[in-house]
Structures are given as C-alpha cells and as structure tokens.
Write a protein that binds this ligand. Sequence first.
Ligand SMILES: [Zn+2]
Length: 344
Amino acid sequence: MTGDDLQALALSALGDIAGAADADQLEEVRRRYLARHGGSIAEAAIELSRAQGEERAVLGQAFNAAKRTVTEALERRQAELEAAVRERELLAESLDVSHPLRPLDRGHQHPVARTVREIEDIFLRLGYAVVAGPEIEDDLHNFQLLNMPPEHPARDGHDTFYLAGEAAGWLYRTHTSPMQIRTMLAGQPPFRIIVPGKVARRDNPDPTHNPVFHQVEGLCVDEGVTVADLKGTLEHVLGQLFGKRRGVRLRASFFPYTEPSLEADVACGICLGEGCRSCLNKGWIEILGSGMVHPEVLAAVGVDPDRYSGFAFGMGPDRITALRYGIRDVRELYENDLRLLEGF
Ligand SMILES: [Zn+2]
C-alpha cells in the first residue's frame, strides 16, 4: 500500500459517494471504505501500523488526507440527500386545490329539536314570545298556583320526581306550565308566550312514554280572549304542523288549571278521520291538551279575571315527531341510533 494507492481509493470513494442515491446507499459506501473491519481505507491503517520510519510518516499523512476527504464528502452528500428528502416532503404537502374533497359527514338537528323549532317559528309569526324556565321547580309553581293544592287528586297524574337531601322540597317539573305562572307573576297582560322544555314524570318507558320528554306549553291572556280564539289558534298551528287537509277536533276534558278544558285531536293521516287499521279505527289522534285559563289561576297570580281571559295549551313534540315521521316507539328518539337519525 502506497500513498498513491490511498489517493486512488479516495478518488474511487468520491465517485461512489456522488452516485449514492439515498441514505442507505450512502451508508453502504461509508462501510465499504471506512468500516473498521473490511473498509478498504481502514485496512490501510493496519499496514500503517507495520510501517517504519519515513515510510510510516508519508503513509500516515496520506491515510489521514484520504480519510478526511472521504469523511467530508460523505457528510456533504448526506446533507444533500436530506435536503432532497425535505424538498420532496414539502412538495407533497403543498395544497392541490383542484383535488376533490372526501364527502364530510354532516350532522343535523335532532328530529325532536327540529319539531320544537318549527313550533316556535309558527308561534313567533303569531306574535308569541318564546321563554325558557328552570327544570327544577318548587311545589308552589309546579302545582299550587296551577290550582292543584296539596292532596289534589290531579297530582296523581303527575308522577313526580322529588329531589332528596339538601334539595328536598324541590322537584323536577312535571310540565312547563310553571313558567306561565312565573310570567304572569312578573307582569301584566297581554301575555302571549310559549314555553318549550324538558319535563319528567315517573312513567315506565314504553312505546308511547319516556320518563323525560319534551313539552311546549303556551299561554295567551288578554281582554276578550274566547274559546273561538283557542280553536282558531290550534287549527292554525296543527294545520301548519300536519298539513291543512287533516282536520282538528276538540273534545271536552279536564285539567285543574283550565275551565273549560279541551283536548285536541288531529285526524289520522291515512284515513283523515274515517277510521282505519293504522289508527285502530279511531280516526283521530290525541295531540294536545288545552283550555281557558281557570279564573282562580289568574286571580292567584294577580291578574283580574273579570277583565282578562285567556287560553293555555300543552303539546308533546316527541309524540308529534313520532306521528309525523311514522315512528312507532318514542324511545327510539332517545337512543341516538345514527342509522335512525340519519334518515331524517
Ligand atoms: Zn286512520
């Protein structure tokens, strides 16, 4: 091994380094020339250890020069290759604005929320205000001021969740009517409000019941409000919700806070009142409770019943949604099964 041999090796290495196309090939070149065992330049060091005198000094310089040249060339090439990789990555990351988008999954309102929103829109156009109230109420607003004193039999129909412990004395509202009371206590007629919200009763879940459900209650109090106004309002609202061809029928009923009390039915969507298998030959479907606000209720909240009269109503958006979309079991509306919800 001579100094010329080492120079030739270094030149050969420079050619291989320039030809290395990636980090792996470059590593292969490094090993071929510089590996402690088997690298051709490194092998020269073994001969160097045997050389003597001036030959040892010359060979030593040639070895160091060759090693430095090759090492520096390796580092430069490695930096070039890394820069090329970064460049490719940057190019790949640049935006192709013409690339078609993967369709995004779109959410939408829950069908019950949509029904509530539609009901709100209908009443807003009639000049009603939408108000919200607390879900936790006291006995006074949920019952007593609605003409249901303690021990009143109508309370049996409101299977109530009472709070325990420190919250004893409070209850989960069984209807949104307490907000009618709160509204009347806070001002003077005219009142035109609807109260959408969640309510709860201790019902066992079945196809037509869920312990937590939605209500939209409404109240209209002014001078000279009559049953005809109530009927006209309900016919208009139910016509908007179900279509005008489905008739509305009012039947006498009983609620402690209205007198007279009326239940509204909407004609079966299939037979329009004639009676068919779908409606079990009834022809009509119960849709809401309503009536003229009881004078005792008005008097209890400081509204003069000799001067003012009004009507109130309450409807169930869950049931209305189920009827409109042909859902047989209202519990499906609470299970959040996307396969069902995506169908709306
Ligand atoms: Zn029918």
